[in-house]
Design a protein around this ligand. Structure first.
Ligand SMILES: Nc1ncnc2c1ncn2[C@@H]1O[C@H](COP(=O)(O)OP(=O)(O)O)[C@@H](O)[C@H]1O
Ligand SMILES: [Mg+2]
Length: 221
């Protein structure tokens, strides 16, 4: 995948495991960016789960395309969000790093995932990636401490995380069934709280990308 110069930002969502929350995260980050920029959502997973999600509904405000159409469409959009298949190979990671401004790695607080996360982040470092973060998702509510404990564990391992986590909410599954974003599910009054989580992560990504382009400008002058 080549770097698409017209786009202001390319954000890739990946993980070593399936069922981690990639598709859910890609869709909601696209909804966040669509508020302020023309946004293209790319379904690079051959199982097409993102295209199916969008097809179930009516009103999602962004276009979803397969990877094959990306080269043709990319130049028309300011923001590109890419949802990937699980288990990327090393070559996939190489392409991903060359072709993205930010890599988001969703992960539920599952102790068994730590070893694979360490592997993935070691590879990111080796390959010279700069912007990559774990996004804790499906975090059970307090007083359960799973989220906090997991955050402490990853911090000890020098694995960078977004400050905001995504709470566990049944509304995400409903959103997928109804073909909408989580804030729009029809029978869940608190689902907008889950949307705020993604909105806050979108703001963090903005912060990181702005800080990066500022330091680039400073180095150039
Ligand atoms: N924050 C969350 N709370 C509850 N369920 C979630 C959350 N995020 C994702 N899920 C559910 O977990 C399952 C896997 O999510 P998905 O985004 O399809 O993962 P992936 O694309 O990595 O396979 C789906 O059933 C989805 O509805
Ligand atoms: Mg998926």
């Amino acid at each position: 995948m080549r770097r698409h110069d017209m786009a202001k930002r390319i954000i890739t969502v990946t993980s070593l495991k399936g069922g981690a929350g990639k598709t859910t995260s890609a869709l909601h980050l696209a909804a966040y960016y669509q508020q302020t920029s023309s946004t293209l959502l790319v379904d690079a997973d051959p199982n097409r789960s993102l295209r199916e999600w969008v097809a179930r509904g009516v009103g999602l405000p962004f276009q979803v395309i397969g990877e094959a159409s990306l080269a043709k469409e990319a130049g028309k959009f300011e923001t590109i969000i890419i949802d990937t298949k699980g288990r990327p190979e090393r070559d996939d990671l190489d392409d991903m790093i060359a072709g993205s401004d930010m890599i988001v790695v969703p992960c539920p607080p599952d102790a068994q995932a730590v070893a694979t996360l360490r592997m993935l982040f070691a590879q990111f470092r080796q390959l010279g990636a700069t912007n990559y973060r774990v996004l804790l998702v499906n975090v059970p509510p307090l007083p359960q401490r799973d989220g906090e404990e997991y955050r402490a564990l990853l911090t000890d391992l020098d694995i960078p995380l977004f400050r905001r986590s995504i709470r566990s909410a049944k509304a995400f599954r409903k959103a997928s069934m109804q073909g909408c974003t989580v804030d729009r599910v029809s029978d869940d009054r608190r689902s907008y709280l889950a949307w705020y989580d993604y909105e806050e992560v979108g703001r963090e990504i903005d912060e990181i990308l702005i800080a990066q382009s500022t330091s680039r400008l400073q180095r150039a002058s």
